[in-house]
Design a protein around this ligand. Sequence first.
Ligand code: 5GP
Length: 216
Amino acid sequence: MIKEKKEGSLIVISAPSGAGKGTIISELLKRNKNLWLSVLTTSREVRSNDIPGLTYDFVTKEDFEKKIKEDYFLEYTNYAGNYYGTPKDKIMEKLKEGIDIILEIEIEGAKNIRDKFSDAICIFIMPPSIKELVHRLKKRGTDSKEAIMARFQKAYQEINEVTKYNYVVVNDEVEVATKKIEAIILAEKCRVDRIEEVALDTKEEAIHELLMSEDI
Ligand code: 5GP
């Protein structure tokens, strides 16, 4: 009776550093087989916890600029002196196959995606409180006081951008936050503008036949 769009949803997730975005995204991927985390491209240096090809595709600044000219990216940005970009072809292919895609990108990128895909689902993950944010940033242990302060200031600025998103999820408990995001994705599938066609068989004989049938 109802024909829904087969295409997957584009889910943009942003969060200030310390909000716990990484943990929530791994939970979502573990539980939902139809979700795919897009591998993004960057020109930043590889860190010890990176797995090239999995956390990012790492390229040189020159290669990145070449790809920009070749229109390889859906969006790209320069963040803290490095390029980051979302490859176009793979994403369009997966969306057509009906796979839901998570893009873990920063605020500027989220805005660019929203301009191109009006039905992208933009979710902002928020730390539960400033105190907890500072605690989480300090807990990482490896950063100097100055580095922690810089991260905090950046996070504070980013939190002010929350109203540009469709949804905000406070990450107090990972389990609850993950369930909220699953609920958002599910609710978005029921949006009326995802309906392609409502086919009602209005032929009188057909309806009469149904009314008279003893089988239903
Ligand atoms: P990191 O260097 O810590 O991995 O990432 C720095 C920031 O860049 C994060 O906020 C991350 O979400 C964002 N980012 C990563 N890839 C992309 C991308 O392809 N496009 C945009 N706009 N931001 C990205």
